[in-house]
Write a protein that binds this ligand. Structure first.
Ligand code: ADE
Length: 256
């Protein structure tokens, strides 16, 4: 029988942190800010790039998904995210996993390009439709994140609900879902990693920078490409503040 470990271990002191990024453009600015150094590949069959270093009291392992060798594009989406989450937990035994990256935001919820969101509540999947009895929860995901109001304050970030799917654009049905669940950040990885962390009993937080507005007529792809560098730079500033706050003195999961 499988039991799900209790991820709610507020007394755990955070000494080992894993940072998971999908895209190199999102992750490299923090690698440079924290002067992390590249390590050997985590597995000969996987494309992830591994960087590591120490910031005060915390050791950092940062994984970026690497590229699909067939087309040279970064591996984004839930399959690569699940794989990275699981290999990172097995290899690094982190006390905390942070999935950082970019997202679509929502004018209706006060979002602007460049805003940074720290996850709150449950992470959701918005593009899983399984009209079979009993499958609704699995389809919706609803994997809890670790409350992190103090970390959000240290980062100068907003708090919001993150929802994950495997497409950059949005259907009318998904817009209704986002309104129903008051989603603030639409991404392609967080809920997949929240699920792995939930199953493994590892505290999880997502940090997302807005590149485009989902409820705006401009196609997401155009705004995303225009704003990726700026949003990633802002993300790296917030992430550096958060990591330095975490490394300033030993902190427990319950203090996040
Ligand atoms: N990452 C950045 N913008 C996004 C969007 N609109 N949807 C999904 N992931 C994103």
């Amino acid at each position: 029988m499988h039991t799900i470990p209790d991820p709610d271990s507020p007394q755990t002191t955070i000494e080992r942190i894993t940072l998971l990024y999908a895209m190199e453009a999102e992750g490299m600015p923090l690698v440079e800010r924290l002067k992390l150094t590249e390590q050997p590949a985590v597995d000969p069959n996987l494309t992830q790039r591994h960087f590591a270093g120490t910031v005060g009291t915390v050791s950092i392992d940062l994984l970026m998904n690497g590229v699909d060798p067939r087309c040279g594009t970064d591996r984004i989406g839930t399959d690569a995210a699940t794989l990275a989450g699981f290999i990172a937990i097995r290899k690094f035994a982190p006390d905390l996993v942070i999935n950082a990256g970019t997202c679509g935001g929502f004018q209706a919820r006060g979002g602007c390009v460049g805003d940074i969101y720290v996850s709150e509540g449950d992470c959701l999947f918005h593009d899983r439709h399984i009209a079979l009895p009993g499958f609704a929860l699995q389809a919706r995901g609803q994997w809890p994140v670790t409350p992190a109001k103090h970390l959000a304050a240290a980062m100068g970030a907003k708090s919001g609900i993150v929802s994950t799917g495997n497409s950059l654009d949005t259907t009318p049905e998904e817009l209704a879902f986002f309104a129903q669940y008051r989603v603030a950040a639409k991404d392609m990885e967080a809920c997949a990693i929240a699920q792995v962390c939930g199953q493994c009993g590892v505290p999880f937080v997502a940090v997302k920078a807005v590149t485009d507005l989902v409820d705006h007529p401009e196609p997401a792809s155009e705004a995303f490409l225009r704003n990726l560098r700026t949003a990633s730079a802002l993300l790296s500033e917030s992430m550096e503040r958060g990591i330095r706050w975490l490394g300033a003195h030993p902190r427990r999961v319950g203090d996040l």
